[in-house]
Design a protein around this ligand. Structure first.
Ligand code: ADP
Ligand code: G6P
Length: 768
């Protein structure tokens, strides 16, 4: 896997998970070694950090063990100590006795204990504090999995400078199940502390957004949740969407290609007595994995003589997991009794049809097992993704082998050329196993080829790219304050998928207008390409949006126009619209215009200086507003070439802000001014110009072609309303609109513009 550098834009990456990627193993003589931790989380995340480097905060796997931070490869590990009570109440209790079964379709019964919850909160707080102490200024904190769902909110309070991503490796349950949790609201609020929340599958993300809307004051807009401002925090958005996880497919293929691995695969088959067919199961010994269902189907096939015990072997690798949790202990007993029964009934002195291995293996041995197996049987009753299925496919460069896969594993979304089964349907499972055993080589090849393509197209680099790319966009939209390590406009070796933020319908419409011989790209400034900030002079265009507009402005047949309510001077204060950008810029809601041969436009819209009458009128208006509203705390009056704007963004009391706006409108109407409503601003003008009129005039003076217009505010509606069916209007954020498409925020606008650049010019703009 290559090309991950650049993903974090030079910021430090802090990984946070319950377990560190390595467990400390203490031998009987007291010496200790480090061993890769169990589970899919580490399999997926480890290759990313090998490339990117990171600080990793987590537990080293034993109770009551204090370990100093240490370096391992590209990582600095920061071990968090867990006492034996923490292990019992937080890890075995709330994490694996409450959340794990609840999130996996209540296959086992979740237990709800207040003491467990209390410890879960305390341990989450400890993780948050540890990250807060450790992370560098402006770092990206990437928190993993169900054990740490409160950490995002806790960490945001401690370190608001960090950008926070959260990824849930297991399913997120449907509302009807999640609602059983007594602490449901706290969990949702905990997660909403993140800027980006990633899930494995589309239904997981939908369920989360629905529940968040029900239990908090958020509003879902596509994949984005909009959080309103409160007394302690400004409003913000949270991206909550699916990012299906994957594996380092090339690394597995490389091990599979080694002659020694292939020799080992042959040896395994010899050790098994060269059966005609070898089936394989590989799982943590977990009740979600459907091992009992698998064994039942296998046993019935033997009993019914559907398969011959001397021809076929099922190797079941079941790695030890959570052995002190009741449901796991019970499962182990049941599985081991079943294995004994099957071999007792169907084995011979020299041959056992079922080989059961309760231990961990090296990567090399796992790959040899995959190569040796004719059929891999993956039958979870519910599974976030299931990486074992993807590993098998990645290893089979020979395009042979059959995957039997549960519909209830996330992997089924991508690997739909597997033999998909409902593991609860034992008859269906038996039929699929038989079909797999007898599948002709040509069919195996066709199916495996398709699945290999899916795994290679979405490998772990693609996953990390999508997730971190979205996190980086958030960091970027927060403005330049934390971007010390950022080089503007630099494109990394892997482009950061701008698609992450472009809704499909917008993508389709962009594709339609992108190739027009003449194209006008027009956009509002504040709240559209520059995030809203408290003081207007502090607003800055997003670097990615600027880069995209600059490229478009020089592309043949494209004109770029900025239509703002600001005066041209007010815009220049932000560092945009100064000079030399080649953009058409209209200020003061269409009353000012620059960067364009205005002759034709002027006649239609009447630009230029205020007339003598207008100037006198303005003078009177300014004095009046100054006298009536100038002394009100929090009110800011902004003089404009053709009018005045009354800003109430800094009035703290909402009710008071509304009253002041109403007072301003009264005053303006009494003066005979044209009034416009904006977000916490009322604008008054001596001229009746608006963005719609100026947009129409500009397009009329250009060759015929479609117009793209992007805007967020009420005053942008004038521009949306002059668009025709072949144009594209995109509203930014919530609120009624005449626009036909919508995106959540300025970062998404930057992604839309970047996509347009890519479609028009082939140039890919990363977000770092
Ligand atoms: P989960 O995360 O629930 O354990 P996954 O299938 O997503 O399930 O990931 C399991 C990971 O653990 C895979 O990378 C698999 O190769 C690895 N694994 C499973 N069993 C063993 C074992 N006995 N020895 C070594 N690795 C194992
Ligand atoms: C799954 C979970 C991980 C967990 C792993 C092993 O992959 O998603 O969060 O680390 O199982 O479980 P354990 O309880 O041993 O850490």
């Amino acid at each position: 896997m290559t090309g991950m550098q650049g993903l974090t834009g030079g910021r430090e990456l802090v990984m946070v998970s319950n377990r560190l990627p390595v467990d400390r193993v203490v031998a009987s003589d007291g010496s200790s070694t480090w061993r890769t931790s169990p589970g899919g989380l580490v399999t997926a995340v480890e290759p990313i950090v090998e490339q990117l480097g990171c600080v990793w905060v987590g537990w080293a796997g034993n109770a009551d063990e204090r370990i100093e931070p240490f370096e391992l490869g590209q990582m600095r590990l920061e071990p968090v100590e867990l006492s034996s009570d923490d292990v019992e109440l937080y890890y075995e209790g709330f994490s694996n006795g409450t959340l794990w079964p609840l999130y996996h379709d209540v296959i086992a019964r979740p237990a709800f204990h207040r003491q467990w919850w209390d410890r879960y909160r305390r341990v989450n707080q400890r993780f948050a504090e540890r990250v807060a102490e450790t992370a560098a200024e402006g770092a990206i904190a990437w928190i993993h999995d169900y054990q740490l769902q409160l950490v995002p909110e806790m960490l945001r309070k401690l370190r608001p400078d960090l950008t926070i991503g959260f990824f849930l490796h297991i399913p997120f349950p449907p509302r009807g199940i999640f609602e059983q949790l007594p602490w449901r609201r706290a969990i949702i609020n905990g997660l909403l502390g993140a800027d980006v929340i990633g899930f494995q599958r589309v239904p997981d993300a939908i369920s989360f957004r629905t529940i968040a809307e029900r239990y908090t004051h958020t509003q879902a807009l596509g994949n984005t949740l909009v959080l309103p401002a409160t007394d302690d925090s400004p409003g913000r958005t949270v991206l909550a969407q699916e990012f299906p996880i994957s594996i380092d497919a090339a690394a597995f293929a490389e091990v599979a290609r080694r002659p020694e691995t292939q020799a080992r695969a042959r040896e395994i088959r010899e050790e098994l007595g060269n059966p005609k067919r070898m089936m394989l199961g590989v799982d943590r010994l977990d009740y979600t994995k459907g091992i009992r269902h698998r064994l039942k189907a296998f046993e019935e096939l033997l009993t019914d003589d559907e398969i011959d015990a001397s021809d076929i072997v099922l190797v079941q690798v079941a790695s030890p997991s959570r052995e002190r949790v009741d449901a796991y202990r019970k499962l182990r007993d049941e599985v081991e009794v079943t294995v004994g029964r099957i071999n007792g009934e169907h084995g011979t002195i020299g041959h056992a049809p079922l080989v059961y291995l309760h231990r961990g293996y090296t990567r090399e041995e796992m790959v040899a097992l995959y190569l040796a197996a004719d059929v891999l049987v993956v039958t979870p009753l519910r599974d976030g993704m299931n990486l074992v299925a993807k590993e098998y496919v990645a290893c089979r460069e020979d395009e042979q082998g059959v995957l039997v896969l549960s519909e209830f594993a996330g992997a089924a979304d991508e690997l739909n050329d597997a033999l998909l089964v409902n593991p609860h349907d034992i008859e269906g499972l038996k039929a699929a196993l038989l079909r797999a055993v007898h599948m002709p080589q040509e069919e195996q090849r066709r199916r495996m080829r398709q699945m290999r393509r899916a795994v290679h197209d979405n490998d772990v680099a693609h996953w990390a790219n999508g997730f971190l790319g979205s996190v980086a966009s958030v960091s970027e939209s927060r403005g330049a304050s934390h971007a010390s390590g950022l080089e503007e406009g630099k494109t990394g070796p892997i482009s950061i998928v701008p698609q992450a933020f472009v809704p499909r319908s917008v993508g389709d419409r962009l594709r339609r207008i992108a190739t027009a011989s003449s194209l006008l790209v027009a956009t509002d400034f504040d709240g559209t390409i520059a995030p809203i900030v408290r003081r207007p002079q502090d607003a800055r265009i997003l670097p990615r949006a600027r880069q995209a507009l600059e490229i478009l402005a020089t592309a043949p047949g494209v004109r770029v126009a900025l239509l703002t309510g600001r005066s041209l001077d007010g815009l220049a204060q932000t560092g945009t619209g100064t000079s030399g950008e080649g953009w058409i810029i209209s200020g003061s809601h269409g009353s000012e215009l620059t960067g364009f041969d205005v002759s034709g436009v002027m006649a239609a819209s009447g630009f230029g200086e205020p007339t003598a009458d207008e100037a006198e009128w303005l003078h009177r208006v300014n004095r009046r507003f100054e006298r009536v509203l100038g002394g009100e705390p929090g009110v800011r009056l902004e003089r404009k070439p053709f009018g005045i704007a009354v800003h109430t963004r800094e009035v703290h009391d909402e009710e008071q802000s509304r009253e002041l706006q109403a007072a301003a409108v009264e005053l303006g109407l009494a003066e005979g001014l044209h009034v416009r409503e904006g977000k916490q601003v009322r604008e008054f003008s001596v001229r009746a110009s608006n963005k719609g009129a100026v947009l129409q005039s500009i397009r009329d003076a250009l060759p015929v072609g479609p117009v793209l217009f992007l805007g967020d505010d009420v005053t942008d509606e004038d521009a949306f309303s002059v668009l025709g069916p072949d144009d594209l209007g995109i509203k930014v954020g919530p609120g009624e609109s005449a626009a036909t498409e919508r995106v959540p925020d300025p970062a998404a606008v930057a992604a839309v513009l970047a996509r347009l650049v890519e479609l028009r010019t082939g140039i890919v703009i990363g977000s770092d």
